[in-house]
Design a protein around this ligand. Structure first.
Ligand code: AMP
Length: 286
């Protein structure tokens, strides 16, 4: 594995020049969109796409349009130098780190309008403008980097569904892959936002995953989904969380389900502890 520093492209023009140089050599390109503050989850996505393409580009851009005014845009962790060190160790070829004014020049006026999985009643109920911001910036990144393949984490399960739907609907010439969720040893899903947790909250946080696993097991064994979710919600609330949602949905469409269907299901949670909002999800196969 190379530990050369990745090439850093700061502008769309630099990124395009880099990618077209590779393309002239017949090389294929993978894109891993991120907001930086990188952890093992992000690194795992770069390793997964390394198997699919000759060149791996990671974008680092804290996208202002996917944060609501009351959210954490200004305090979102920014750790560019240590991100570069991690990406060098992972053998990533290039980092795209555009300025907000490059992504959203004066007069920018276009937003993608979404239905389908983006309006499933999960994240969208609590962050109504979020997915329009995500889809628009991801569409831009895909058009800027023109990768053969792009990867998104299952950690943000609804986001992955939204992006798959957008790529299909807009005939974007890219293969969208999902990467499995990387967890801390105690089960907490890695997230750039975990640094917001106090020590006590960090101790409590694995309750989310533990409770979902327990509920998933009971549902697979035939327990009623509604009743099982009610007791799981009670357990999570008793740990000190305020729950936004805990639901079981069809994994492909995110439509509500009331019983095992024979199709893959997903259990998804969002809950707040102190000032931190955590999301997670697990498979509940039939
Ligand atoms: P973010 O920087 O949080 O926007 O995440 C960038 C990408 O990394 C998204 O596709 C996320 O779904 C993915 N990701 C975030 N956390 C994890 C994790 N724990 N395991 C795998 N992928 C993740």
């Amino acid at each position: 594995m190379s530990s050369d520093q990745p090439i850093v492209a700061h502008s769309v023009a630099d990124l395009r020049a880099l990618v077209s140089g590779w393309r002239r050599l017949g090389e294929t390109v993978a894109l891993v969109p991120t907001m930086g503050a990188l952890h093992e989850g992000h690194v795992s996505l770069t390793k997964r796409v390394r198997q699919e393409a000759n060149r791996v580009v990671v974008s680092i851009f804290v996208n202002p349009t996917q944060f609501a005014p009351n959210e954490d845009f200004s305090k979102y962790p920014r750790t560019f130098e240590s991100d570069l060190t991690k990406l060098a160790a992972a053998g990533v070829d290039a980092v795209f780190n555009p300025a907000p004014s490059d992504m959203y020049p004066d007069g920018f006026a276009t937003t993608i309008t979404l239905a389908g999985p983006a309006t499933a009643g999960l994240e969208d109920r609590f962050r109504p403008t979020h997915f329009a911001g995500v889809a628009t910036v991801v569409a831009k990144l895909l058009l800027q980097a023109s990768p053969d393949v792009a990867i998104f984490g299952e950690k943000d399960f609804q986001q992955l569904a939204v992006i798959r739907q957008m790529a299909r609907d807009l005939d974007l010439p890219v293969e969208i892959l999902g990467g499995s969720t990387i967890r801390e040893p105690d089960g907490l899903a890695m997230s750039s936002r975990n640094v917001y947790l106090s020590d006590a909250e960090r101790q409590t946080a694995p309750l989310l995953h533990r409770t979902m696993q327990d509920a998933g097991q009971r549902i697979r064994a035939g327990a009623d989904i509604g009743a099982t979710l009610d007791s799981a919600r009670a357990a999570i609330a008793a740990g000190g969380f305020d729950i936004d949602y805990l639901e079981v949905r069809d994994a492909a469409t995110l439509a509500p389900v009331e019983a095992l269907t024979g199709r893959p299901l997903r259990m998804l949670v969002a809950a707040r502890i102190g000032k931190t909002r955590l999301i997670d999800n697990i498979a509940v196969e039939a």
